[in-house]
Design a protein. Structure first.
Length: 246
């Protein structure tokens, strides 16, 4: 009897563990995976927009679905954060009416991204907002990590699983104006401008990001603590795959 590790899933200590971060923005997610997997991992970011502040090892500007179809099977783990503008709150109520009036349209990428991810045969994560079509396998919140943002995000886990962590009670409100009333609180609003929303410096502090001063991209970026948790959860999930074979 010899002990065997499943090389399709378990990180190989003799080569870099290859991670793809799709729709990577400045690499908030990339930084979290770096912390989880350590310096031996190699992370490639893909984004439709140029990302001069990207945090990873390689960057490819282009369509994420095309890139996954062409190169996805060559990675050990894939993360994608499809644009959220076409999901959740921006597509509902007064937001939907305003977008229609202004002729704004946003892509709905979750289903085609999922199809491309499934075709790779690799373990993956797809992240998005409440109200989106991602499967709600994991919900993370800034309060779980002592951050200055709430920023609830949902994660669909493909070809692996992990138990949902406990969601802690919030300590107060998000600072800012709501319907003519100003509320103070321990969290900042890391989206938009004005109305008491967070400055560049406040977003950096609240999310734990120190390598960019781009206000828009800071607003879009995931806090690294989220993907550090996801990465460690994935590594923990590999333990049952270690077994004994003849």
């Amino acid at each position: 009897m010899t002990q065997r590790t499943d090389i399709r899933r378990v990180p190989d200590p003799f080569r870099a563990f290859r991670i793809l971060d799709g729709c990577c923005c400045i690499g908030g997610g990339t930084e979290g995976y770096r912390r989880a997997f350590g310096p031996a991992c190699h992370i490639t970011g893909v984004d439709i927009e140029p990302q001069p502040d990207y945090r990873g090892d390689d960057f490819h500007q282009g369509d994420v679905i095309e890139y996954i179809r062409a190169h996805g099977p060559g990675f050990d783990f894939i993360h994608v954060s499809p644009p959220c503008q076409g999901e959740g709150a921006p597509t509902k109520g007064t937001n939907a009416a305003r977008n229609a009036r202004l002729g704004r349209t946003y892509p709905r990428l979750i289903a085609p991204v999922r199809e491309a991810l499934e075709a790779t045969g690799r373990p993956y994560v797809m992240e998005n907002v409440a109200g989106s079509e991602v499967r709600k396998d994991i919900r993370l919140c800034g309060e779980q990590f002592g951050l200055g943002v709430l920023m609830h995000r949902y994660f669909e886990l493909g070809r692996w699983n992990s138990p949902q962590p406990v969601h802690p009670t919030h300590r107060g409100r998000v600072r800012g104006w709501r319907h003519g009333t100003f509320y103070d609180g321990p969290y900042v609003a890391a989206y938009g401008k004005g109305g008491g929303k967070a400055t560049v410096e406040e977003i950096c502090t609240a999310k734990g990001i120190d390598w960019s001063t781009d206000h828009f991209r800071l607003r879009e970026a995931l806090p690294p603590a989220y993907t550090e948790w996801i990465g460690l959860a994935y590594l923990a999930s590999l333990t049952p795959s270690l077994g004994v074979a003849a």
